[in-house]
Design a protein around this ligand. Structure first.
Ligand SMILES: Nc1nc2c(c(=O)[nH]1)N[C@H]1C(S)=C(S)[C@@H](COP(=O)(O)O)O[C@H]1N2
Ligand SMILES: [Mo]
Length: 320
């Protein structure tokens, strides 16, 4: 099936550097053709479309990968939300490299038998890395398809041995006022805080993420590690994690605190429940050009059969 938003070729099951390199060469030589047949012109031939940064390799997990072409490296790393660095889509690419990434420590504590503080390397080595192509649907009604690299958060949570009191997981992300121009503005109550119910956090789709496209995460995508929950609006997927805290009570997240009528705790992608100020029925796939048609948004962002069971019996209009 051809998608009008096709901007890359589905990677093979294993994606060593050389494979990506070869694929990009192919794309560069292939970019002249689409213009001739009238499909949208996409900025694939720019040097900045080459992945940069240290390599991070992983085998493709086909079971948990979307059968759709991924967005280009350029799209994924230049159109970002990371309000600590400003509210413009280009601000994270411009400023996030100022973040101090070493040393980095994530504190995992609260309702666990084995609290610990781990550096990036120890966290990365805790379980085998997988490449997973996930759709990312922003609450602003645009979307990307991203080949992430990581492992299910459940591996880390089991490692710290949750107690009976562990009903919710709270993610607190990094706060570095000296390198984050955005936190001088009171847009959110910094640091950025997100959360999941324990069963959501333990779900095999919930990915502790260290890289994308065969490379370590660029700063603007949440280096050195972030969480990715593909069936929820993008704001649930906190970047640059500093603390993972397990507790009995449902936390108040940054977006709930800022606008409780607009952003709920669950934030499952739902085309039938509009945001108070706009529809969620369709989305714009980034990289397809301004005149490309919008595509229908799927319940739970297309992961309905995998996750709908988590919400059986819940009123999803009330628990938005
Ligand atoms: N710490 C932090 N995490 C964040 C955000 C943010 O502003 N700060 N923005 C969120 C939003 S709204 C989205 S859509 C995704 C975007 O992830 P991406 O830029 O890697 O595509 O990150 C989420 N994680
Ligand atoms: Mo978002």
């Amino acid at each position: 099936m051809r998608h009008p938003w096709k901007t890359d070729i589905a990677p093979s099951s294993i994606t060593p550097e050389s494979v990506w390199q070869g694929r990009r060469k192919f794309l560069r030589s292939a970019t002249l053709a689409p213009l001739a047949v009238g499909t949208p012109s996409i900025a694939l031939a720019t040097p900045s479309n080459d992945p940069i940064g240290p390599a991070l390799l992983a085998s493709r997990n086909a079971k948990w990968s979307a059968d759709e072409p991924a967005n280009s490296w350029r799209d994924i790393t230049s159109y970002n939300n990371f309000y600590e660095f400003g509210t413009g889509k280009g601000d994270p690419e411009k400023y996030a490299h100022r973040m101090q990434l070493t040393p980095w420590a994530v504190k995992i504590d609260g309702a666990v038998r084995n609290p610990m503080t781990l550096d990036t390397d120890s966290l990365r080595k805790l379980a085998p890395l997988e490449e997973r192509v996930y759709r990312l649907r922003c609450v602003e009604a645009w979307s990307l398809v991203i080949p992430w690299i990581g492992y299910p958060l459940s591996h880390l949570l089991k490692h710290v041995e949750p107690t009976e009191d562990a009903k919710y997981v709270v993610f607190t992300t990094a706060l570095q006022p000296d390198s984050m121009p955005g936190v001088r503005q009171p847009i959110l109550d910094w640091p950025y805080v997100e959360g999941l119910r324990m069963d959501e956090a333990m779900h095999p789709l919930t990915l502790l993420t260290f890289g994308l496209y065969g490379h370590e995460l660029p700063a603007q995508n949440g280096a050195p590690l972030r969480i990715v929950i593909p069936w929820k609006y993008g704001f649930k997927s906190g970047k640059s994690l500093a603390r993972i805290h397990l507790q009995r009570e449902q936390p108040t997240t940054s977006w709930m605190r800022a606008a409780p009528q607009e952003y709920g705790f669950y934030a499952n992608v739902n085309p039938d429940v509009p945001h108070p100020r706009w529809s969620q029925a369709t989305e714009r796939r980034i990289g397809t050009g301004f005149f490309a048609s919008r595509i229908p948004t799927q319940p739970f962002n297309g992961y309905e059969k995998d996750v709908a069971g988590l919400y059986r019996g819940m009123d999803l209009r009330r628990n938005f």
